[in-house]
Design a protein around this ligand. Structure first.
Ligand SMILES: Nc1ncnc2c1ncn2[C@@H]1O[C@H](COP(=O)(O)OP(=O)(O)OP(=O)(O)O)[C@@H](O)[C@H]1O
Length: 255
């Protein structure tokens, strides 16, 4: 049972925000063929909350996620991650951000097939030049319920298990924000529920901040709030919405 009513969704404290976008625009291409994927977006993603992002195809969801995570630059405006303005950050600072402050989970898992679950999970620490003890990887694998799959390679795991390994890999650096782009898009409904339960648990038990793009109203309804994008702009935000409410809002946008 979710106890969302106790959460303060309106706090104005800047440090309550995992990510902030101020008047962010992202334009692809040159004059004549330019596409304004994000059009002056200002939005706060609260710390220790789960925010879902929805909208019609091409509305700018992935672009917003990539800009918010520092994976892609903005054309104008400001992005703050965990209180730090990353807009003018050097490539070294952005690499450090990607390796330490943020975690990213993709629809397609993106695990390395030649490595075991444990080796996949410890990869971000190795890439960051850290000494890795097997207990680090084992701890996060246990957190996602896969302690007994540490030595398995991805092909010996189900889709849902592979996504849980990917989540463990994203969490091993203890990121301030976990970004997820369609994390249940490739999963059957049973596996999707396990992954969504895990994400919900990470927010409720550990105060993890999560920003997730999804096309699935049932997945979005597990979040604390749902942002709706249309033509690169935020057109609505629902708090504690049911799956039916989310689906209804989306259908109204697509009319
Ligand atoms: N690298 C790029 N070069 C040119 N245009 C791009 C690029 N990336 C995105 N766009 C355009 O920007 C707009 C927003 O794309 P984006 O992928 O963010 O939308 P989306 O809401 O995530 O879509 P979908 O739900 O289909 O994944 C679209 O018109 C898209 O064609």
């Amino acid at each position: 049972m979710k106890s969302r009513s106790t959460r303060n969704q309106t706090t104005a404290l800047a440090d309550a925000h995992a990510v902030e976008l101020h008047d962010v625009s992202r334009i692809f291409g040159k004059r004549g063929t330019a596409v304004r994927a994000l059009d002056g977006i200002s939005v706060d993603f609260p710390r220790a909350q789960w925010t879902a992002v929805m909208g019609p195809s091409g509305s700018g969801k992935s672009t917003m996620l990539h800009c918010a995570a520092g994976l892609e630059g903005v054309s104008s405006g400001e992005v703050r991650v965990a209180g730090t303005d990353i807009t003018e950050a050097s490539s070294e600072a952005l690499t450090a951000l990607r390796r330490g402050t943020i975690g990213f989970v993709f629809q397609s898992f993106n695990l390395l097939s030649a490595l075991t679950a444990e080796q996949n999970v410890s990869l971000p620490l190795r890439l960051g030049g850290q000494r890795v003890s097997t207990s680090d990887a084992r701890r996060v694998l246990a957190d996602v319920g896969l302690a007994d799959r540490a030595k398995h390679r991805p092909r010996a795991l189900s889709g849902g298990q592979q996504q849980r390994v990917a989540i463990a890999r994203a969490m091993v650096t203890r990121p301030a924000v976990l970004f997820a782009d369609e994390p249940t898009g490739a999963l059957d409904s049973t596996s999707a529920k396990v992954v969504l339960d895990l994400l919900r648990d990470m927010v409720d038990r550990s105060g993890q901040s999560i920003i997730m793009v999804t096309h699935d109203p049932a997945a979005a309804a597990r979040a604390d709030s749902v942002l709706f994008l249309s033509d690169g702009r935020i057109v609505d935000r629902l708090y504690n919405a049911t799956s039916a409410e989310v689906a209804g809002r989306l259908a109204a946008m697509e009319k």
